[in-house]
Structures are given as C-alpha cells and as structure tokens.
Design a protein around this ligand. Structure first.
Ligand code: FES
Length: 454
C-alpha cells in the first residue's frame, strides 16, 4: 500500500537523459535531499543536473511521516559528552536553521504544502531523569526545550520533553514545487561513477562535482559505507477516528510509538527492526500497531499503511560531506536515520557550501570522516557480525524445499520478510520482491533465484 502523501499527487514527468553532457555539478537521486541540493547549487550559480533511476520522489521521501524537527531522540546530552559543547551546538543550530529554511522557502514561493509549526515531544511511560537531562542539554545549546510529566496523549506518561516551534508538512507537495526549479532526468539509472564521469545507460555526465544523494551510496570503495551503515524498517498506520494532537510525539521506551496528526488522520508509527531481521511472522508488525490503535482509540479506522526504510550510521549521526579523502570532488548525503526531512535540508546546505567554497563550521560534526566514537566501535562490531553471519549462510546449502536468494551486492543470504513479502538482506539492507527484482539498494541489480530443491 502507498503512503497518504502519494494520493492525488502528480509530479511532472521529466525526460530521460539522452546522450552525453558536461556540467559543473551532478546530483544522483531525486528525493528531497537531491532536489534541495540541486536547488541551492543553482542558487549559488552552479549549473547542476539531477539523475534519477525512477521518478522524482519515488524513493524514501514518499514514506516519511514528514516531521521537520531538531529533536532527534535523546541526541544532545550524548553529543555534548562525546564531541563537546561546540560541536553539539553546530548540530543543533544546523537542524534548527533547517526548519526555518523550510518555512522561508515555502512562504517565499507560496508553496501549498500544509506546512505548520508545532511542538515535538519525546515521551516515556517509565523514565523521567534522562528526559529531564536532555531538555537541559538542548536548552544549553539554544533550543527552546521543556520537561513535564503531562501531555495530550490519551495515556499516562512518566515524562515528556518538548521542543517548541518544530514543524510538519506534506513532503511530496513541497517536492513537486521545488523540483520545478531544477534540471532533472528521470528513468536514468547511474551504472558507474569514475573520477568525473557518471555513466548511465542513456549517456554520460561529466562533472567537476558529483553528489551521491540516493539514500544509500552504491559505490563500495572508496568510502566503505557498506561497513558503516545498516538499514532499518518501520511501519505506519494512517487512522481515522483517532486522536488529533497539536504536537508530534515519539516514545523513547522499548517499543515506543510515534504519533503525528495530518488533517483529520493520525499517523501511528512503530514496530521498527533491522532490515533483513524480521522473523515475527506475517502481519505481526502491522498487527501490533493495529492492536495498539484499537486499544488506544477503540473503533478507529485504518485508511492506509506503509513502511519506511532508513539508513543508520555507526554513531547515529548522518554522513554529510566529502565522500572520501581519495575522491575530493565527490560528496555524500546519507545515514539520515529517522530524521530524513530535516537532515535533507541540512545536507543540501552543507554540500552547497562545500562545493561553492563557503565557510561552513557546522560541516565537521556531520563529516563522514569524523572520529570514531566508542558507540561507533560497538556498532562496527555488531554490523560486522551480521555481515559474517549473512555471508556464512550463503555458503550453506539450502534446506529441503527452500528457496535461496543471495544478495547481488556482496553475496549475503537473503531472508524472507513475511510482513512485506520481500527478500531482505540482513547485511546492508537491500530488498527484493518475491521474484528477486530489486526494491531497495545498495544492490544495483536484481538477484538470481536458485533452483528450488525437492
Ligand atoms: Fe550488501 Fe546484501 S546489501 S550483501
């Protein structure tokens, strides 16, 4: 099922690339990060083209819950402890500025996309102290934050931590308008990138600057992003007859839910798990959400459901900046976690500043080559263990009557996801339909289905 954002939206079709061209900059991926990056580069006087394998906004942008917020779970106390107050301030101000920049663009251009300022909250049914500390940390960085023990949700909470003047909007209505301002080639899949050349089946683009903004970078070396990120899936129900809230909410407890009102519909989210690791059985994730929905809002009606795929980095902060020291003219914007809308704007501003040679003090905290923290080391170990397991399974013969699919990215054994009837890769999160056709990268091709055994 498609998300509610796709209903009634027609983004103007663009022609595929035809032949070769040379431009100052090329962006790979026409989701919100790619389109905003191309827009700001154009504003900086740098002609930029966007190459999109499918259609504008056909990737993860359409699956968001479209919260625009600097409240990224309990990140600020950790940031201050790990990177120091100044770096934490850069992270906070870049994200707060992103909210303001959305508002400015939408007002200046008169974009009708239901943009509205509202508070964002983290809630817990058991915890108070960590939320109280997080509110203090955020305040020390200039964010208008508060802590309390009551909120508008229809169940008791132990603690709730709020940020004022966050925002929500309709992501595809916004994207459709912004895409009108940039040069996009659709149905133009990038096959190879080498030096300044971006090869597609429909021609080559040669560019001084190349930006990878297609969710997960598909180049393995340099950069080694496959070893530094995993992907997670989460699920959303759109409900009628449920509550309507002024604020947006995210539960920080194990199994916590997300609540976000959109006109007369409530988006209830949760049930997240590492992509490729979902053995709960068909209908369990949506089933859990449906159960919770009926418990909290008896008689509510489901009007839509969908799932999202998020890239998560080793330390939880996005990778935005130069792709690798070996490729100084390549840039990357990935690892946005669950904060894709806000981080897309942050990425577009940082990458534009780097390419146009402007001062950008906030770039360091987002840099893909920032120092490795203890948390990142732990993530590296866990991620490595999944990869070794996935590769080892590849070597095992299939069991009786089993279908085996090996991932064309690096060969891990795919796992059947009964919830969504797809084959998912536990190593780096590629996904394929039941016929082995590619749904999500980093794999670039469909996979071959081995013979079924008797
Ligand atoms: Fe990397 Fe499957 S996504 S091996």
């Amino acid at each position: 099922m498609e998300s509610i954002w796709t209903e009634g939206i027609e983004i103007r079709k663009r022609e595929p690339l035809s032949g070769d061209m040379e431009v100052p900059a090329v962006v790979i991926g026409a989701g919100i990060a790619g389109i905003l990056t191309a827009y700001y580069l154009k504003q900086a006087g740098i002609r930029t083209v966007v190459l999109e394998a499918d259609r504008i906004g056909s990737g993860q942008t359409k699956n968001t819950t479209a919260k625009i917020t600097s409240q990224h779970n309990q990140v600020y106390s950790w940031l201050i402890r790990t990177f120091g107050h100044r770096m934490a301030e850069h992270y906070a101000s870049a994200n707060e500025a992103a909210i303001g920049e959305y508002e400015r663009l939408i007002q200046d251009k008169g974009i009708d996309c239901a943009f509205g300022r509202c508070p964002a909250y983290l809630y817990s049914r058991t915890e108070t102290e960590s939320l109280r500390r997080e509110a203090e940390a955020a305040k020390s960085l200039g964010i208008t934050a508060s802590f309390g023990t009551e909120c508008e949700l229809p169940f008791p909470v132990a603690g709730v931590m709020g940020f004022a003047r966050q925002a929500r909007f309709h992501p595809l209505k916004f994207l459709a308008e912004m895409a009108e301002e940039v040069e996009v080639y659709e149905q133009t899949k990038v096959l190879k990138v080498e030096g300044r050349r971006v090869e597609t089946a429909r021609g080559t683009v040669t560019a001084e600057h190349i930006v990878f903004a297609a969710h997960y970078p598909f180049i393995n070396v340099p950069g080694y992003y496959f070893a530094r990120m995993h992907q997670e899936r989460s699920y959303v129900l759109a409900l009628e007859g449920a509550g309507s809230y002024e604020g947006m909410y995210l539960g920080v407890d194990q199994g916590g839910l997300s609540f976000r009102t959109c006109a007369d519909v409530l988006l209830l989210g949760g049930g997240g798990h590492r992509t490729g690791v979902n053995k709960t059985g068909a209908g369990c994730r949506y089933g859990m959400l449906r159960g919770r929905a009926q418990e909290i809002y008896p008689g509510c009606r489901e009007v839509s459901r969908w799932s999202a795929q998020d890239c998560v980095t080793l330390d939880g902060l996005p990778y935005i900046g130069r792709f690798s020291r070996r490729r100084p003219n390549w840039y990357v914007a990935t690892g946005f976690g669950k904060w894709g809308m806000t981080t897309a704007m942050v990425a577009a501003r940082i990458v534009t500043n780097l390419i146009s040679g402007r001062d950008c003090p906030e770039a360091d905290i987002f840099s893909p080559s920032r120092h490795i923290t203890m948390q990142a080391m732990k993530g590296l170990f866990v991620h490595g263990a999944y990869t070794v397991k996935g590769l080892t399974k590849h070597l095992l013969p299939p069991g009786k009557g089993r279908i085996v699919l090996n991932c064309p990215h690096m060969g891990c054994r795919l796992e059947w996801n009964p919830e969504e009837e797809s084959y998912d890769c536990p190593c780096h999160g590629s996904r394929f339909d039941r016929e082995g056709r590619l749904i999500d990268g980093p794999a670039q091709t469909d996979c071959k289905r081995q013979e079924e055994r008797d």
